[in-house]
Design a protein around this ligand. Sequence first.
Ligand SMILES: O=C(O)c1ccc[n+]([C@@H]2O[C@H](COP(=O)([O-])O)[C@@H](O)[C@H]2O)c1
Ligand SMILES: Cc1cc2nc[nH]c2cc1C
Length: 352
Amino acid sequence: MTLPVAWKMPLPLPDPACIEGARAQQNSLTKPPGSLGRLEEAAVALCGQQHRAVPSVDRVHIAVFAGDHGVCDEGVSAFPQAVTAQMIANFAGGGAAISVLARELGAALEVVNLGTVGNVPADLPGVIDASIAPATGNIAVQPAMTDVQVAAALTAGDRAAARAAEAGADLLIAGDMGIGNTTTAAAVACALLYEAPEALVGAGTGLAPEAIQHKATVVGRALNRHGENREPLAVLQSLGGFEIAAIAGAYLGAAARGIPVLVDGFIASAGALIAVRQQPTLRSWLHFGHRSAEQGHRRVLDALEAEPLLDLGMRLGEGSGAATAVTLLRSACALHNRMASFADAGVSDGKG
Ligand SMILES: O=C(O)c1ccc[n+]([C@@H]2O[C@H](COP(=O)([O-])O)[C@@H](O)[C@H]2O)c1
Ligand SMILES: Cc1cc2nc[nH]c2cc1C
């Protein structure tokens, strides 16, 4: 199996000189130092990532990765698997939440179909067919993916990052669509964080408390079957999903090409966790859009030492939380680039 080069090759680091210059710029602006909080930090980080004194997130590339999950056989979702394919058509038709948000942002939106049980019509606009199989294996009883399949899913993500680079994107957002994927994301996170299923399994699309308990039992079975190997690729192949692998591949591919990333919710963060465990340098390319209402997200964010921009009780996926946070990054850039300095505005900087 051939993994994308970004899985193993050393990733670049953001530029330290640009970071230092951006900090000096922030401290020269007409405000008490640090008073714009995380907006300052985001602008400074973007300068380092983009090798620019004038950061921008005007050109946003959103790739939504869709795939089905064999673990749905265990009755772990409030919705039928057919919804994954139906939603791909809805993304293409412009009626999904991420379709609306992408239009509002003037962002490029592509949907990568990694394999669904339901039928997806051919030639839907903006949908890329990268079908691997109708679904992953049921993780409660078998590995999610073969080694060839996990490599194909990682590569599909890397290709999306290559398209973002080709389009000159300032920022990459990876979204997810896959009925059952809060189960697989929880399994991945439990394995990497040595957590019990009860700590990370949540309601997903809207399970009742008894059904959440059943879902935790299913994750427990998957973890027992998987065993002790906590190597990122082994965990991903055994417990993940096509879209979680593609998200990990897209994040690594973006960093390898010098593109910052805005991470979405629980599933996207599970992809980030896998990728950061594989390549810790990736962390310095990540911004975090929001804290999802999915129970386990807080713990995964903590493990990534991430303080997200928003906490709106969203739990949709699709990249919708990250897309909603782009406006804040745009504000951060506008403030960094356009505020007056103490010297220019004739305001005392309090240093005498
Ligand atoms: O991103 C999140 O935090 C999030 C939290 C809960 C649900 N979702 C979305 O809902 C679907 C998975 O939910 P479920 O209950 O089928 O596992 C999948 O399409 C996700 O995009 C997404
Ligand atoms: C309708 C619907 C839309 C979604 N978008 C992401 N996950 C989803 C799950 C459902 C059920």
